[in-house]
Design a binder for this molecule. Structure first.
Ligand SMILES: *[C@@H]1O[C@H](CO)[C@@H](O)[C@H](O)[C@H]1NC(C)=O
Ligand SMILES: *[C@@H]1O[C@H](CO)[C@@H](O)[C@H](O)[C@H]1NC(C)=O
Ligand SMILES: *[C@@H]1O[C@H](CO)[C@@H](O)[C@H](O)[C@H]1NC(C)=O
Length: 398
């Protein structure tokens, strides 16, 4: 009798221990080190399949998972991390090393993205260098060869939410460096983008999403520092240094007849050094139902910028499909406040708005931009609004 009692007691203790152990262990995050799974840090062995396997395991895990990339160079072809059937909404990709794209651009060619996350929820990419090896493709494009592929954006997120990108370095992308499309709640911080000032279409960060913040980043590239596409809402950009490149651009908007608008964008404490534009809003000169409203540019330093403040609604590259048409994009409620520094051209402030949909509620306050130590100029057409504070150049055309 007592033996049975002891046995039962032991069994009970065993079961209790087992339960305790298994519940506590199930809360411990798991880590998948790609080197342990077979990736080689030699820069030449294709590690794509290993990363795909690591993603499948992280995604299938019911506890928080980390995919860890140690020091070294890991060669990856284009890869999609799909979150559609993920059990996990807490996946960290922590990178100490470098991801390297194939140096031959014909390997990826026209696939849109090199490293692509789609339908993911709760993914963080922390650290690491993404080397797009774009120079070969730029040479092809600059030479005007017809056979050059588009190339691939280095790091893309699409149809995803709760994304963090922190401490990532992107060098020499073939096309855009980072693309955030159709996402919700994305935090981008301490990003460093580097590509040559004459590299074609290498936008730093392209946003076409809701609730994106871009903080504390340095972007030197051949196209827009940040480009803000149709449908972007609630975007916050702060403490960003741009240059070389084409500046921060809302647009191009209005390429399509039916198009989502851009609303509630704040650009604050930003420096432009030697860029083609500073703060720009740009739309095609053709019909569209698009709009851009509630846009704030504040605390901006311009150093030798071609077009520091510009609205251009007559965009019509190669004069194809749009000459002599007015833009349908309605621009309103745009604030320029505390913007100073130097312009590299005589016209430092230019508002070229649509004749069919003039800009309204343009607010300019405390702007001081000089050209070669002299008075700069301003010009406007179809623009309405108000000017206050100390203003140089005088903007009498609003
Ligand atoms: C993820 O995003 C959704 C909506 O965008 C939100 O309701 C949810 O709380 C977020 N989860 C986390 C962990 O932030
Ligand atoms: C505008 O966007 C910011 C985030 O960038 C957000 O905090 C704020 O609530 C938004 N304002 C409105 C009126 O939606
Ligand atoms: C504008 O800046 C220049 C150079 O920094 C300065 O000399 C000038 O007084 C400023 N003008 C105004 C109106 O603040």
């Amino acid at each position: 009798m007592s033996k049975l009692l002891i046995f039962m007691t032991c069994l009970l203790i065993f079961v209790v221990l087992l339960t305790t152990f298994s519940t506590s262990s199930s809360a411990i995050p798991v880590t998948f080190n790609v080197a342990d799974l077979g990736a080689r840090p030699d820069g030449t062995t294709d590690s794509t399949q290993v990363f795909v396997n690591a993603w499948a395991r992280a995604c299938g895990s019911t506890v928080a998972a980390t995919i860890y990339v140690p020091l070294g160079r890991f060669l990856l072809r284009n890869v999609v991390f799909n979150g559609k059937d993920c059990k996990n909404n807490n996946i960290v990709v922590r990178i100490d090393g470098t991801l390297v794209a194939p140096s031959d651009y014909n390997v990826i060619r026209n696939v849109n993205h090199w490293i692509f996350f789609e339908h993911v929820d709760g993914v963080s990419v922390l650290g690491g260098v993404f080397d797009g090896q774009g120079a070969g493709l730029w040479t092809c494009k600059r030479a005007g060869h017809n056979g050059c592929p588009n190339g691939a954006t280095t790091l893309g997120f699409s149809k995803s939410k709760n994304i963090t990108i922190n401490g990532v370095t992107s060098v020499n992308s073939q096309l855009y460096h980072i693309d955030i499309d159709n996402c919700k709640k994305v935090e981008i911080q301490r990003v460093r983008v580097t590509a040559s000032g004459d590299s074609p279409n290498t936008d730093g960060i392209h946003v076409q999403s809701d609730g994106v913040t871009i903080l504390n980043s340095i972007i030197a590239t051949g196209d827009d520092c940040v480009s803000i596409g149709p449908g972007t809402t609630n975007l916050w950009i702060q403490n960003v240094i741009c240059g070389p490149g084409h500046g921060i651009s809302v647009g191009s908007l209005g390429k399509k007849l039916q198009e989502a608008g851009v609303e509630n964008v704040t650009v604050k404490s930003v420096t432009f050094r030697g860029t083609e534009n500073g703060v720009r809003i740009k739309s095609w000169g053709r019909p569209s139902n698009g709009f851009s409203r509630n846009i704030v540019f504040q605390h901006v330093l311009m150093i030798d910028v071609q077009n520091p403040i510009i609205i251009d609604q007559n965009y019509c590259p190669d004069s194809k499909n749009c000459p002599h048409q007015a833009s349908g994009v309605q621009i309103s409620d745009v604030t320029y406040k505390d913007i100073h520094g130097t312009s590299a051209s005589e016209v430092a402030v230019k508002f070229a708005c649509s004749s069919k949909h003039p800009c309204f509620e343009i607010t300019v306050e405390d702007v001081n931009l000089t050209y070669k130590n002299q008075q700069a100029q301003s010009s406007c057409s179809n623009a309405f609004g108000s000017v206050s504070g100390s203003i140089n150049p005088a903007i009498s055309c609003l």
